[in-house]
Design a protein around this ligand. Structure first.
Ligand code: CA
Length: 226
């Protein structure tokens, strides 16, 4: 198997070194820079498999770097994971406007970042057909990041979208709350199980009549009809 390369763009040296160490330990090759303009050059020249990009950079900031990557046909397909401390920016970051593939909120665990990296790499290596998921009246397009119930588009938050995508990818299987937490939030601690229930409740409300494909499996978790 060829070694995949991750470009790390972060001006805080400690964080960058920690991420570099984690990536190398997981068998990735690593490119590093503290500078947004250099990141663009490296992305064009070296074509990394994924980019971890800090939002707050001196000079050219993360948002500008991400937009520039999107505009350039040579780099537009490279998945970008944004590091952000600003919770309120998240829907913009992964939305159409900025176009990042995913994000991690600071402070983060390296495990969480690694899960996100692996997840975007898996997504980009999928053939397009496999990014279209469906059950009952629900259709989810993971590439275009849209969900429909029948002909109606349903607007979901990033977390709700990931949750639905996770359940659809495991259609027919019971997903425990711990598995869902691990896949969607990148961690699973006892006591956080209620978080899943809360988001499932919101997701069901938004899906309306389409929600009947999501079954509650008492004492365990959830399952989408296969
Ligand atoms: Ca920074």
């Amino acid at each position: 198997m060829t070694v995949q390369t991750i470009l790390l763009v972060e001006d805080e040296k400690d964080i960058r070194e920690l991420l570099a160490l984690t990536c190398k330990r997981e068998g990735f090759a690593v490119l590093e820079t503290e500078n947004g303009a250099k990141a663009l050059t490296l992305a064009r020249e070296k074509k990394p498999d994924a980019i971890v990009l800090d939002l707050m950079l001196p000079g050219l900031d993360g948002l500008s770097v991400c937009k520039a990557l999107q505009r350039d046909p040579d780099t537009a397909a490279i998945p970008v994971i944004m590091l952000t401390a600003r919770g309120e920016e998240i829907d913009r970051i992964v939305g159409f406007e900025v176009g990042a593939s995913d994000y991690v909120v600071k402070p983060f665990s390296t495990r969480e970042v690694m899960l996100r990296i692996k997840s975007v790499l898996k997504r980009t290596s999928l053939v397009p057909e496999q990014t279209a998921l469906a059950s009952g009246a629900i259709r989810l397009d993971a590439l275009r990041h849209v969900v429909f119930v029948g002909d109606e588009e349903v607007l979901l938050t990033v977390t709700e979208f990931r949750l639905l995508e996770d359940l659809l990818r495991h259609a027919g299987q019971v997903r425990s709350r711990e598995q869902v937490l691990d896949a969607v939030w990148g961690y699973s601690f006892e006591g956080y199980a209620r978080t899943v229930d809360t988001h499932i409740r919101r997701l069901r409300a938004k899906l309306g009549p389409g929600a009947d494909v999501i079954e509650t499996v008492r004492g365990i978790g959830y399952r989408i009809k296969g």
